[in-house]
Design a protein around this ligand. Sequence first.
Ligand SMILES: Nc1nc2c(ncn2[C@@H]2O[C@H](COP(=O)(O)OP(=O)(O)O)[C@@H](O)[C@H]2O)c(=O)[nH]1
Ligand SMILES: Nc1ncnc2c1ncn2[C@@H]1O[C@H](COP(=O)(O)OP(=O)(O)O)[C@@H](O)[C@H]1O
Length: 206
Amino acid sequence: MDYPGNLIVVAAPSGAGKSSLVKALLELDSHVQPSISHTTRAPRGQERHGREYFFVSESEFDAMVRGNAFVEWAHVHGKRYGTSRKAIEERIAQGSDVILEIDFQGALQIRQAFANAVLVFILPPSREELRARLERRGEDASEVIEMRLRNAAVEMAQVSQFDFVIINELFERALFDLKAVVHAQRLKYTAQRRARANTFESLNIP
Ligand SMILES: Nc1nc2c(ncn2[C@@H]2O[C@H](COP(=O)(O)OP(=O)(O)O)[C@@H](O)[C@H]2O)c(=O)[nH]1
Ligand SMILES: Nc1ncnc2c1ncn2[C@@H]1O[C@H](COP(=O)(O)OP(=O)(O)O)[C@@H](O)[C@H]1O
């Protein structure tokens, strides 16, 4: 399928900094919209239903799976997470670039469904720093942090399947790199689509 907007998928081990980077990108670039996922995990302190996630019960999630409402979904850290068709299709059809913060299993499913999606993997500078960030964030119980660190090794083994890898050591540097990927994706696809539309004025890049 060919849409006017681009799909940018960002995956990373828990604590690598993807939510912080995506949030900063969204504040800087009004052409990018977030995809809001559904999850069966409980909300954290500041999280709101419909903002970070749609928080749903296991049975609500089951009903969405049965109703083919998801373009991708996966089990992650013992919970289920999914991207609804609604979360992305309307927005890319309207010409927005849509950014998905999902795990590697979901990222690979998105690539199957949308061949033009770009897949970005965010790495922490080290395992010690990953642990330190999860502890400093202070949102997860220690056994949840341990599980997330164990899963990080499995997740990081998938990095070669991604188009771009960004190491989030210095935040501003990593944000610059993420902006560069979004811009490159626009140059690659938006310009091609506009050229096909065949009007000279429409070739401006946002
Ligand atoms: N497959 C898939 N993974 C998701 C989705 N939404 C979030 N995730 C991933 O689920 C994992 C856990 O997310 P979360 O509980 O918010 O923890 P955090 O990564 O530490 O902020 C992360 O790897 C997310 O990228 C989704 O819609 N689909
Ligand atoms: N480059 C960075 N340097 C230091 N701390 C960071 C950096 N990027 C993010 N953090 C912090 O690390 C913690 C985890 O970041 P977060 O964005 O929640 O990660 P994720 O969404 O990948 O789980 C947060 O407390 C965040 O403020």
